[in-house]
Design a protein around this ligand. Structure first.
Ligand SMILES: Cc1cc2nc3c(=O)[nH]c(=O)nc-3n(C[C@H](O)[C@H](O)[C@H](O)COP(=O)(O)O)c2cc1C
Length: 405
């Protein structure tokens, strides 16, 4: 009987296992951040700094982590973040990951730059499907893509706004892992040292339709990932502005989510433009190394927007307790990027399901310790930092404090 744990017990185990399987260039493309990786490390450190306060002697024998989001019930407070590279983790990795998400009852977000056509995902992995949009300078191309997503039945549009310019990722240049991908002695040796990936992923593509392509790009841009650059000017994103968001609101009839908001001012502006939700995100530390950790920014954003729109967050979520911390600080749900990519690299759909399953178990455990039967009970009173010192030490109360002043 196959081992349901796959021999991995947490997301870090999956990461280590993915590192063994993937060529170095591919692994680093997924795993690393930008420049000195300060933001990447701080995304984790910020979660680790937050301490929770247990609440025993509450009957939590019937626990549920289900949530309501945009009028739908989700089995967990998690959505799969858009990542253009699931198709390099496993043969048709995007389909595998989307199927795992559907089976777990959580949304899957397909990235503009993914290697599987959105229609194929909708047909072969029906579930809660969101489409992530990068805008091109030629807005009409982007608007056609939005229409295509609508016709394919996607229920939410996630507009990413933090890719104004691409992140400075020096290791990709060193590894020769650029987009489009180019062959060098170094990366050919790297691939040959990972025969399982060479045969099981690259080989299967080559035996099928050849090198994967950006299947959601319009014909003018649809290139193999190894093809010559499609003209940098066509890919520029630095003219994106609030008018674009207003226009998207007009043409997209379903849920509109803005991903990459890091300031209460911009969250309010997104609400004013008609967005239904924002994702507080620093793109997993991949784009600009000087940004704060989203989990630190989250409570300020959540306080500012109140009920105007739903607040989601991502970047650095690696444990179920991180999910719980984000919900306690005002997020409706979190997105996860790398954890399910590692899972997909290790075992396709089963590996992605294992990553989601690890989160499920850990969220459940955290809820139990906090004395919460459901996620709606999570709020700032769950944080150790909210402890009222007078309540804990009744003798050490106000008069004493006044004396010291
Ligand atoms: C390999 C990789 C590719 C990504 N591609 C996209 C993308 O195409 N569009 C996008 O909006 N975000 C993209 N992201 C960012 C994720 O959606 C998400 O914000 C981030 O991964 C969250 O951080 P985490 O990986 O620590 O969970 C990518 C992230 C990774 C790791």
């Amino acid at each position: 009987m196959p081992d349901a744990t796959m021999g991995v017990y947490n997301i870090e185990d999956l990461r280590t296992s993915a590192q063994r399987r993937l060529p170095k260039g591919v692994f680093e493309f997924v795993d690393r951040g930008s420049e000195d990786e300060v933001a990447l490390r701080n995304n984790r450190a910020a979660f680790e700094r937050i301490k929770l306060s247990p609440r025993p002697l509450v009957d939590v024998s019937r626990r549920s982590q289900a949530i309501e989001l945009f009028g739908h019930s989700l089995k967990m407070p998690i959505a799969i973040a858009p990542t253009g590279t699931a198709g390099l983790m496993w043969y048709q990795g995007e389909l595998e990951l989307a199927r795992a998400a559907a089976a777990a009852g959580i949304p899957f977000t397909l990235a503009t730059g993914s290697m599987t056509a959105m229609e194929k995902i909708a047909e072969q992995a029906p579930g809660r499907l969101w489409f992530q949009l990068y805008m091109w300078p030629d807005r009409s191309m982007s608007h056609k893509l939005v229409e295509r997503a609508r016709l394919a039945g996607f229920e939410a549009l996630v507009v990413t706004v933090d890719g104004v310019v691409s992140g400075n990722r020096e290791y990709n240049l060193r590894n020769g892992f650029t987009v489009p991908f180019s062959y060098s002695r170094r990366n050919i040796v790297d691939v040959m040292r990972h025969p399982r990936w060479m045969v099981g992923v690259l080989g299967r593509y080559m035996l099928g339709n050849g090198m994967p392509r950006y299947e959601n790009y319009p014909l003018e841009l649809k290139n193999k990932i190894t093809a010559a650059p499609m003209g940098k000017s066509m890919m520029r994103n630095d003219s994106l502005n609030w008018d674009d968001l207003r226009m998207l609101r007009k043409i997209w009839p379903h849920t509109l989510i803005v991903k990459g908001i890091m300031h209460p001012r911009d969250a309010l502006q997104a609400a004013a433009c008609g967005a239904d939700a924002i994702v507080v995100s620093n793109h997993g530390g991949r784009n600009f190394d000087s940004l704060a950790a989203p989990i630190d920014v989250l409570p300020h954003v959540a306080d500012a927007v109140g009920n105007r729109l739903a607040v989601l967050m991502d970047s650095g979520v690696r444990r179920g307790s991180d999910v719980v911390k984000a919900l306690a600080l005002g997020a409706k749900a979190v997105m996860i990027g790398r954890p399910t990519l590692y899972g997909t690299a290790v075992g396709g759909e089963a590996g992605a399901a294992r990553a989601i399953g690890i989160f499920r178990e850990e969220i459940d455990r955290a809820l139990a310790h906090l004395g919460c039967a459901g996620t709606s009970e999570l709020d700032r009173s769950c944080l150790a930092s909210q402890l009222d010192s007078a309540a804990v030490h009744p003798l050490n109360s106000a008069p004493d404090i006044q004396e010291r002043q």
